[in-house]
Design a protein around this ligand. Structure first.
Ligand code: IMP
Ligand code: MG
Length: 180
């Protein structure tokens, strides 16, 4: 693996496909152990988490469901600021064991706004599984119970993560090269 260029930026290999796979397998085994008999429902947040969700779900060895949602942000009233709505969440979550699947938790803004809407539905439990988290960027106290990799506050690309729409198809995760 070597440096790649996407649009105007250079990226260097950061996490290999084998490392990603290894870590996700461990997460799948752990989650399967903790949710046996509970028939959890995974909610994957598109677009970024599609690859992580597909690979993790293959390592879930217990009865489980998965659904995919999109979060749309729109300007609310002055007092509410940006509001987030979910598209595609048709399953009732009352008394269900819910696990959110995110590609990366960066500032935590997205989940901070979305989690209360899920809590309103009174799930039996609600946890977060994220492939990546940037602790230095966190602006809201988001508790990630299942984490793949803790990473520095640098822009990442690949394995579902995009730069201006491109790069989601890369099997490895790349890190932005600082410009000199
Ligand atoms: P947050 O609301 O700041 O936590 O950001 C969440 C979303 O921003 C993630 O689900 C990603 O889609 C996107 N994001 C955050 N950091 C990166 C990155 O380094 N590369 C690509 N997308 C990112
Ligand atoms: Mg995302």
């Amino acid at each position: 693996m070597s440096e790649i260029q996407v649009i105007d930026k250079k990226f260097r290999p950061y996490i290999t496909a084998a490392e990603i796979n290894h870590r996700i397998q461990a997460m799948g085994v752990q989650i399967s152990g903790e949710y046996a008999g509970k028939r959890p429902i995974f909610i994957a947040i598109l677009n970024g988490s599609f690859m992580f969700a597909a690979d993790l779900f293959k390592y879930i060895s217990i009865e489980a469901e998965i659904c995919f949602i999109k979060l749309a942000s729109y300007k609310g009233t002055k007092s509410t600021g940006n509001v987030i709505t979910s598209i595609g969440l048709d399953e009732p979550l009352k008394d269900r064991h819910v696990i959110i699947l995110e590609d990366i938790v960066d500032t935590g803004n997205t989940l901070h706004k979305f989690l209360p809407q899920l809590h309103n539905q009174q799930p039996a439990s609600l946890k977060i599984a994220a492939l990546l988290q940037k602790p230095e960027a966190l602006e809201h106290p988001i508790d990630v119970q299942y984490l793949g990799f803790s990473v520095p506050n640098k822009f990442l690309l690949g394995y579902g993560l995009d730069y201006d729409g491109l790069g989601r198809n890369l099997a490895e995760i790349y890190q932005l090269v600082d410009e000199a």
